[in-house]
Design a protein around this ligand. Sequence first.
Ligand SMILES: [Zn+2]
Length: 475
Amino acid sequence: MKHSTLDILIPLPKDVILAEGHIALRSLDTLFAVEAGRGAAEEIHRGFEWLRLPVRDVASQADAKICLELQADMGKEEWRLQVTMEKITIASGSSVGLRYAANALSQMAFYASQCGTENAYLDCGMVKDAPRFDYRGFMLDSVRHFQKPQTICKFLRLLAVNRINKFHWHLTDNQGWRLPSTLAAKVSGHGTAEDGCYSREDLKEIVKQASELGIQIIPEIDVPGHSKLLITAYPEYSCEHKPTYEFCIGNPKSLEFIKGLYDELMELFPESEEIHLGGDEAVTDGWEKCPLCQKAMKDKGLKTMRELESDFMSELCRHIASKGRRPRIWGSCNGQVYSPDIMLQAWLDIREPLRIAPHGNKVVYSVHTSLYLDYPANAFEPQENWMFALPEEGVYMTDPYVIWENKVKDTIIGPETCLWTEQVPEWRIFQKVMSRIAAYSEVAWTNPAQKDYHDFCIRKATLATAGWNDYIASN
Ligand SMILES: [Zn+2]
């Protein structure tokens, strides 16, 4: 069955009510937006200009064929778009929802204009939409391969079009340190993109852009493991002062050094409510042999190095919380137990949220076999022995609640897809993402009872044919 211009959308909206009649696309030549709708109006201008459809801003609602208004009783991301034979009216509770609706209108216009705008019409009716999950995340690794600040800004736009509202940014690891830092000056280079480091000005620009697009940044400094580059420059903070992957967790000086690094991070990201501390894949061998770590374990009455690691990370989390931010750690796959106020990110397997749930922690769902976009989408993409095949359908069929909705629905706050970049140079991140991000947007946004992979494929192919992918890739 042929889609109407109202139900061609990706992600698929909650409610579509078709009505009799249609309106000529070319007649939509005037636009009125409330102040909060300025960003949304720019989206409409950009989309309609791409289609060579001129739209003029007007000062009064009565003169406008496209109207953008705020509605106090609607949610921040909830939006409504009404098409009548006279005009289009868009409403939302905030500028973010208006922006989502504006992109939906552009998708409709692209679909209607496949053969040109001369005889293009939009069907009358109403779309009412709201997200399934308030948390819809994307993690990008900017360490294994660095991306220029302009690439990050373009990437944020792609996330916004796909209604992703959390950008988890992996900024430090064994191979690199991407932050301007006084405390870690030896690894910050001159703090420019040429050194593989974002400058303070770059980060200001990125933070501003994310905020305009309704995206929260969750910056990550990964400790106590994944820190080889930093420790090679500052070996005094490792066990036996050797360049290892892990910090010495028995040395109070390393704790103070790391707290200082997070203070710098929080200054660089003043709007970030959440801070990610990593906490994954540390090896205990060096700690076992270290007199300082052994002493700290005994002094604290702890029995294992994993307990000492939990204690170390918990202290850092308390530090983050004392500054009014929420701490997050990668899932406790080595049996660490964290206090319930620490958010955890499950990545290992579908049962991980269940294992964490008894402690009452909130969980972000990033299970690698469903949501790691570095895994190959097809047989032609580079792959490593730790990777699984992850075609688009595999992403599409993902449900963070798996089969345990009644057990985990108060635990899991939403999904987050991850792009690790060991195999992905800067110029290929859009290739990696474009093949599966639309599928992911329906995982995060659309009510699962309405999802249908066959119908999704038709909508995606139809919009691609209409030029939508070329348009969003050009932004
Ligand atoms: Zn040690």
